[in-house]
Design a protein around this ligand. Sequence first.
Ligand SMILES: NC(=O)c1ccc[n+]([C@@H]2O[C@H](COP(=O)([O-])OP(=O)(O)OC[C@H]3O[C@@H](n4cnc5c(N)ncnc54)[C@H](OP(=O)(O)O)[C@@H]3O)[C@@H](O)[C@H]2O)c1
Length: 277
Amino acid sequence: MPSKQASVPDFLYGTAWKEDCTVALTQLALRMGFRGIDTANQRRHYFEAGVGEALAAAYRAGVVTRDNLFLQTKFTYQRGQDHRLPYDPLASLATQVSQSMASSLEHLGTDYVDSFVLHGPSSAYGWTDDDSEVWEAMCKERDAGRARLLGVSNCSLQHLEQMAAAHAVAPAFVQNRCFARLGWDRDVRSFCEGRGIRYQGFSLLTANVEILHHPVVRGIAARANVMSAQVIFSLARQIGMLPLTGTSNADHMKEDLESLSLKLSQEDVQTIEFLAG
Ligand SMILES: NC(=O)c1ccc[n+]([C@@H]2O[C@H](COP(=O)([O-])OP(=O)(O)OC[C@H]3O[C@@H](n4cnc5c(N)ncnc54)[C@H](OP(=O)(O)O)[C@@H]3O)[C@@H](O)[C@H]2O)c1
């Protein structure tokens, strides 16, 4: 285990869908100041080894050290993968979890991750025995020091309630696509809030394009002399979320990080929070 461990940063840089640009964009994000990196051992959408290459380059260049980075990866069921699996599909789910973790650590050039997330429950309709087997295996990874914190992604309130009923170990994080029309995932957020679970929101811009371009949001942005995207990220933070951005653009990286110092009035927060649902 590490001597020092990074606290959870205020922003996570997401590395999905970057393919050959993963190395350069992850390095750029680190140089721009991101200290939280989100990836997954799911070659279909992420190039985790590329993230590791970027980390190694950033360490060599003195941009960052492992101790002040927050690294998050995920275990993905075979259904969410293509043929490039990080585990033996014939092995038990528990073994798949440990093989996926071993492969992530190798990709990322580290002996622990800060957060290990179940990419999504096995069924949209509820927490299953398979999920329980996977969660217990993830808990073992944590107990062995290979993951500091655990999380679940793409889950409904029902998943979380059933998970809580089945397991003593609660997730430290829930990572969900966040729709404004669902009150920015209000039900799941309030479940998390009551239990000290940190809510990570993704697709904050892409799932909410109508809000991004809404005259009310544009007006708030104009008054504060910022971009609408910055208003959305600031809102996210002010309603308790840890936002993700996967921008490929250096100016957007800068803007996104600058939104950390943007403080919306309580009235503006309320207005945007209830604008669509
Ligand atoms: N758990 C899961 O199942 C799951 C699913 C999806 C995503 N994620 C994670 O979340 C990360 C983020 O994904 P996302 O779905 O939120 O989408 P995203 O990859 O962050 O895409 C944001 C889009 O908005 C555009 N954009 C315009 N202005 C922007 C600004 N100021 N800041 C940021 N983007 C701006 C970006 O274009 P430019 O590139 O030109 O800025 C990009 O096309 C992923 O990389 C991944 O790590 C997790």
